[in-house]
Structures are given as C-alpha cells and as structure tokens.
Design a binder for this molecule. Structure first.
Ligand code: ADP
Length: 498
C-alpha cells in the first residue's frame, strides 16, 4: 500500500490539544464535571484525541442557552436574508476546509479518505447550501374563508431541537440535522456520537465563523444514556431528532411519550437488493459491492440481503466473491484503501460475532468471513469484506442488522418470490432492483415497503430527495422539502374584518 499523505497541520493541532471543549452559548467550555473521554483511531486502536464529556448538567446549560436564544430571538427573528448568508457562508467554509475535515473524519471514523473527501464533506456543504435556499421560501397560506375574516397560516419554527447523531457519517449527519433545523429558525443542542465527536466540534467553529449568534447551536459530546438521555428527557426541549439503532429509537419513543415532544427517528435497516437475471450483470455486481461495502457496510440502508434470481445465483455469487476478495483494505488515510476499519472495538466484536453466527447457522463465507490481521492491520478493527452463500431469509444474519462489510446472497424463484422475501423483514429503509424490464422495475418499486427504492443503482442521495423509513426503520422524512415539516409548525390566524 502507498504511504499515507502527511496530515494537515490544522488536523494535528486539533487532535493534539489537551482536550476538545464543548460549545455552550457561544463559548468553548470544559464539562461541568471536568470529565473527558478519549476518541480512538480505529485503524490503530490507539487514542486519537481527548474530548470534554458532557452529562445532565452540561445538557441543562446547553438547553438553557438554546431556550434563551430561541425565546429572545436572535435567530428566529433575524431577517431571512441574513440567515441565508450565514448558512451559505457555512457551506463555503466547509468547502474551504475540506481536506482538514476529511482527514479528521477519516482519523476518527476510519473511513477511506476518498469517501471522506469526495462524499461526506461535499455532501455536508451541499446540504447547508440547499437548506439556505429554503429560508426565504418556506411560505404559509392565505386560506379562502368567509369574507368577514382574513384567514392565513404562518409556518413557525418548533423551538429548541435536541439532535442525536450516529458515528457512521459524523459530519454529514450533523449537516442533515442542522441544515433544516437552522434554516427554519430553530435553536439546537447537538449530541454527536461518542465514537466520532471531532468533525461536529470543528463544524461548530465554522458556524461561529460564519456568524451564527451565540446559543443558537450548542454541542455537547458525551455518551448516549447520560448526555443523550438527558436531552431526550429535558422538558424545555421541543423536539428530538435521532438517527441510530432501532433499539435506542424505541427507547426514545417510549421516553418522549410522557411529554409528547415531537420526535423523528431514522433507524436501522436490512435492505433487500434484488437482481433479476435480465439485469446488466456487470453493473449489478458493482452496485451490489458498493451497496454493501461502502463505508465498511456501516450504513443504515446497506443492501445486506442480496437476492439473486436462482438461474444465475451461483455464477453471480462467485463473481461478487472474487471482487470482494480483491478490494484493497487498509488505513483510511491511504489513498489506495477502499475498505477501512470498523469504527470501534465494540463494532469489531459485534460483526465478528455475526460471522460466527452465520457459520453456525450453516451459511458459507465464500469471501472474507474473518477479521483482517495482515501486517499493519492487526491492531485496528478490520474485518474482511465478506460474502455469505447458503443463506435463508429467516436466518439471523439475514434478519438482524450487522452493520459491517457482510452480505448474504439469497436465491429467489421469480418476481413474486423476490417481493415476498424482500418484504419479509421488520425494517423498511431502502431497497434496490436491477432489471432491464421497465415494467418489472415499476412493479417491484411499488411492491417493496421501504422509504427509498433504487432502480439500477444503489446508495444514491441528494439533499433535495427525502430519506427515511417504513416499518421499524423509523418515521419522519429528512432532506428535501419534507424536512421542513419536521422543523416547523403551522399557526392558523383568523382576523375579523369590519
Ligand atoms: P450504535 O449502536 O450504532 O452505536 P446507537 O443508537 O447506540 O447506535 O447510537 C446513536 C446515537 O444515539 C449516539 O449519539 C449515541 O450516543 C446515542 N444514544 C445511545 N443511547 C442513547 C440513549 N439511551 N438516549 C439517547 N441517546 C442515546
């Protein structure tokens, strides 16, 4: 493998500071308890940076700041044109600091620098730019009414939003949450994942540089049950937006039932990727590989159940395995790397446990199937890209979310069998269909119960296209105009005319 390029000096400074502080009311502060935690470089297993560890007391301070910033209105009452400028400037600053952010993301999460630099960072900038466009286009209505009244609606911000994000796309998930929330005039307390807090903290600095008033965005890094839990329970928080596991999503759903705060949940998946024999086979192979190995498979919509029409199942699986076997695996900073390490020791254990479960259920690993302990990788959290055959859709590896570079190839007889098996899951986040028959593509797209359906492509996203789950993959739609519904509420005004 090629030597990794030198780190940007700003990245070295960022990770070498005694510890990274949290952002509350426009100031960078230590936690109330004085505690810190370490974030780890998953390529080496070594400590990367020390970060202030927030808990209930810090959340209390952050919510108070966000409440004051909302109620006193430096953001919600700012002219839309000025808010647009700040969000556009943020997008520009992300782009100007792209290399630094990409290296920081790769160090903290493990993902390849090509993905950080070409996907995560530009998409984060694009999300802020897209939502800047909505600030002054989020209209109310004038309602036809009895002529003795003037009846209209105002689209108003929800208030203080608690946003809890995962570690798989740390900066991009922050952008998906902050872009629409801020565009709509809300204030925010953001809790990044404890595994990957660094780029969210750097983004906080960039938003300040762009001119965001104090208290509008507060960032409290810390652990889920403590910092996240305090945010979910806090009575002065009007809305919780969460992306993460279905298990924690359910807990948040239960916890918020008592206060009826608004909630949107983007949760897990076990997405079917269905390849018909009449597909462009080479494109389908590439799509299946990218659908499951992108970001080491740590993607909620990964195409982990690969249904292949029976008559070409064996041949397709063999080609897939050959490609999987050849995918360059290494440290994320190495530009040759396609598959990096998993994010944490916990993820490594979870994924290797599932590899053992798959084998004990009778599945056969025709590629990978084990941890990668090659020279230079043994201390990191590397799992070889794995292709399982001999899988039935009712096995645990086909029903439970593994969140790693593991695909189960499952044969199907015909279209109705593909739809039946594809829908046989608690989840409903996304699906893929590969066929040259446009009628079949339309039929299957309608029949699969999932929030996103890709035809002859996979893992395609755009800031303007809604994303979210059916069934136990959550509720609410992020991105596009649909996110505005999550972050605004409608006020009806009746005026008596005389
Ligand atoms: P994963 O299992 O992939 O780490 P989680 O759902 O546990 O995913 O984590 C996603 C985010 O939710 C992280 O920011 C995490 O700290 C947070 N979190 C975890 N548990 C809770 C909880 N009980 N309440 C609120 N947030 C939580």
């Amino acid at each position: 493998m090629a030597a990794a390029p030198a780190l940007n000096p700003a990245v070295q400074d960022f990770v070498r500071a005694p510890f990274r502080k949290m952002l509350i009311d426009g100031k960078w502060v230590a936690s109330a308890s004085g505690k810190t935690f370490e974030t780890v470089n998953p390529a080496t297993g070594g400590a990367l940076a020390s970060v202030a560890e927030g808990d209930a007391e810090d959340v209390e301070r952050a919510v108070r700041a966000a409440r004051r910033a909302f109620d006193d209105g430096p953001w919600s009452r700012m002219s839309p044109g000025d808010r647009v400028k700040i969000l556009l400037r943020t997008a520009d600053l992300i782009e100007q600091n792209a290399l630094e952010l990409a290296q920081l993301e790769t160090l903290d999460n493990g993902k390849s620098i090509n993905e950080s630099l070409n996907v995560d960072i530009p998409s984060a900038a694009g999300t802020f730019r897209y939502y800047a466009g909505w600030v002054d286009k989020s209209y109310g209505q004038t309602i036809p009414s009895d002529p003795s009244f003037f009846n209209f609606t105002l689209r108003e911000p929800v208030g203080v939003c608690g946003q809890i994000i995962p570690w798989n796309f740390p900066l991009l998930m922050a952008a998906w949450k902050l872009g629409p929330a801020l565009a709509c005039g809300n204030t925010v307390v953001l809790k990044p994942a404890e595994q990957t807090p660094l780029t969210a903290l750097r983004l906080g600095e960039l938003l300040q540089e762009a001119g965001l008033p104090d208290g509008v965005l507060n960032i409290v890094p810390g652990y889920g049950p403590t910092a996240g839990g305090a945010l979910v329970k806090h009575p002065a928080v009007d809305k919780i937006a969460f992306t993460g596991s279905t298990e924690v999503g359910k807990e948040i759903h239960r916890e918020t039932a008592g206060t009826l705060k608004r909630v949107s949940l983007e949760l897990g998946g076990k997405s079917p990727n269905i390849v018909f024999a009449d597909a462009d086979v080479e494109a389908a192979v590439q799509g299946a590989l990218m659908g499951v190995f992108f970001n080491q498979g740590q993607v909620c919509c990964a195409g982990t159940r690969l249904f292949v029409e029976q008559k070409m199942h064996d041949e397709f699986a063999d080609v897939l395995a050959k490609h999987a076997h050849e995918m360059p695996q290494g440290h994320g900073l190495d530009p040759a790397t396609k598959v990096g390490p998993l994010v944490s020791k916990e993820q490594l254990d979870r994924v290797t446990d599932y590899l053992a479960i798959g084998k004990s259920e009778g599945a056969k690993a025709i590629a990978g199937g084990e941890r990668n302990t090659a020279a230079g990788l043994a201390d990191g959290y590397f799992v070889k890209p794995t292709v399982f055959t001999g899988v039935r859709n009712d096995m645990r590896i086909a029903q439970e979310e593994i969140f790693g570079p593991v695909v189960s190839v499952i044969p199907f007889k015909d279209e109705s069998d593909a739809v039946l098996q594809g829908n046989n899951t608690f989840y409903g986040l996304a699906a893929g269909v590969w066929t040259k028959d446009v009628n079949k593509a339309h039929r299957v797209a309608r029949a699969i119960r999932a929030g996103t359906l890709w035809v002859n492509c996979y893992n395609v996203f755009g800031a303007s296209a809604p994303f979210g789950g059916y069934k136990q993959s959550g509720y609410g739609r992020e991105l596009g105009s649909y996110s505005l519904d999550l972050y605004t509420q409608i006020k009806t005004v009746w005026m008596k005319l005389s």
